[in-house]
Design a protein around this ligand. Structure first.
Ligand code: GTP
Ligand code: MG
Length: 457
């Protein structure tokens, strides 16, 4: 027996009349509250997400069911979707960019946004082939126009309902209720399983607190390399001459959709081996460029803004005896917000030519930090370059000839106890790493330390 019939029989639908074997339900009775739906509050995003956050959502395109459809159905689907986006989110850059991705992924071409009136849209959703994708379509419309905005969700849900025939409305309303809650998911909607799963992963992610990690240092210490290594993608430019000239952000997202938006201030990427929680890395320009004195101003302003939980201060192990760092260090120590924690990164330990040993470099840095008033500094020794290359290997990415040569040299170097950094960190809980250099170059230890201090907040 259908659920509706049960509800009618139990008198849960006001005004329902039995006519033979069927029930007629008067137009627009209040929807019965489905006793089986357990709404888990955390699943509902109550605050309005801003544009930067929206860019960190994953788009549900990799296994989108529409990929199987005929081109004509795809086009009609995109006409309805783009009409809604253009009508309700014309000023939302993320929605417009995301719509472009939909067209590229689903139709393999850019799609001129076509706006149609309601009558045309109604005609399109009535067509049998498109009607079969109705739950997917509703999901996509709501995702691009109203995700993370409860008020808009109900407003646009009403508009969407208006496209369908009266007899489908209850079902569609029910689907929407289920979509935006953590409710039991009925088999009836299984064609939209993938999109609903993606929606929920995005919602779970959006509800996580975002940990903000700022990275600062003098020029070429390896700030951008550090972020690229942690997120597992060569997102930021690196090099030996003032490479970073502005504040740039890298965020992770709920799942890999293979799309990197680099518009606005945020670049959202899926952090392949840094999959815990929700992170925003803030990259800053080096502070000691004689040629670009404005770099110091930019970085200092960002530190003064204080919008971060963790500060990573990177040192080049080969330049510990250079005094350039002291002014900036003093500034950072003085201006650090109370709630923020600091990790000191001793980088380039693969190339520690001038200093005799890692222990000596660590002792030198520690002495300097203590003399500047830092209590119990946590110092993480690493080779980011080795870490970045090892992560590429771990992710089956191909190295170019130069990187391959360097990686082989690192393999040899870190196999010697003199360079092995494993002992400087607490050991991993689980031994799952089949590429020992990841541990030996300090990158995994640094990640663990970062999670640990992040968790203490
Ligand atoms: N040998 C070695 N080289 C490294 C390491 N980390 C970074 N580098 C190199 O150092 C240079 C500078 O790295 P970046 O990551 O651009 O440094 P940055 O601090 O972002 O520099 P600016 O943005 O210019 O201030 C690049 O050529 C990197 O490849 C390391 O651990 N070992
Ligand atoms: Mg940089």
């Amino acid at each position: 027996m259908h659920r509706v019939q049960v509800l009618c029989k139990n008198g849960r639908v006001e005004g329902a009349i039995r006519m033979g074997r069927t029930w007629t339900i008067p137009r627009g009775p209040p929807k019965p509250i489905d006793g089986r739906i357990k709404i888990c509050k955390e699943q509902i995003i109550t605050r309005v997400m801003d544009m930067e956050e929206l860019y960190c959502l994953s788009l549900p395109l990799a296994d989108h069911p529409l990929k199987e459809a005929k081109d004509e159905v795809k086009k009609n689907y995109l006409i309805v979707l783009s009409t809604f986006v253009k009508r309700y989110s014309a000023n939302n850059r993320w929605a417009i960019d995301a719509l472009d991705e939909y067209a590229k992924h689903l139709l393999h071409q850019t799609f001129p946004i076509e706006i149609q009136n309601d009558e045309v849209l109604k005609g399109l959703v009535k067509k049998r082939a498109l009607f079969g994708y109705r739950y997917n379509l509703i999901c996509d419309i709501l995702f691009l126009t109203a995700f993370g905005n409860a008020e808009r969700l109900s407003e646009i849900s009403n508009e969407v309902l208006g496209l369908f025939h009266q007899r489908h409305k209850n079902m569609i309303q029910h689907f929407i209720d289920i979509l935006i809650s953590n409710a039991y998911f009925r088999k009836k909607y299984r064609t939209a399983n993938y999109l609903v799963d993606c929606w929920r992963m995005n919602a779970d992610f959006a509800n996580l607190p975002e940990k903000k990690i700022i990275v600062t240092a003098t020029m070429s210490a390896g700030k951008s390399t550090l972020i690229n290594t942690l997120i597992g993608v060569d997102l930021f430019e690196t090099g030996n001459r003032a490479s970073t000239d502005k504040i740039q952000f890298a965020c992770n997202k709920p799942f890999d959709d293979r799309i990197v938006f680099q518009k606005g201030k945020t670049s959202a990427v899926f952090a392949k081996t840094f999959e815990f929680g929700r992170y925003r890395f803030i990259d800053t320009p080096g502070v000691n460029s004689g040629k670009h004195p404005e770099h110091q101003k930019i970085t200092r302003a960002e530190i003064l803004r204080g919008n971060f939980d963790v500060l990573l201060y990177v040192f080049n192990a080969n330049q510990l005896d250079v005094n350039d760092d002291d002014t900036h260090l003093r500034f950072v120590i003085k201006k650090l917000p109370k709630k923020a924690q600091t990790l000191f990164i001793l980088n380039k330990l693969d190339d520690n030519g001038k200093n005799d040993s890692i222990n000596e470099s660590l002792a030198l840095l520690q002495k300097n930090l203590l003399s500047l008033g830092v209590k119990n500094p946590i110092i993480c020794p690493v080779s980011m370059k080795a870490g970045r290359l090892a992560k590429k290997i771990a992710n089956n990415e191909k190295l170019d000839k130069k990187d391959e040569r360097q990686f082989n040299a690192f393999l040899e170097e870190f196999s010697s106890p003199q360079f092995d950094l494993t002992g400087y960190y607490t050991p991993p809980v689980q031994e799952t790493n089949n590429l020992p250099i990841l541990e030996k170059c300090g990158i995994l230890g640094l990640e663990r330390t970062l999670i640990e201090i992040g968790g203490k907040k």
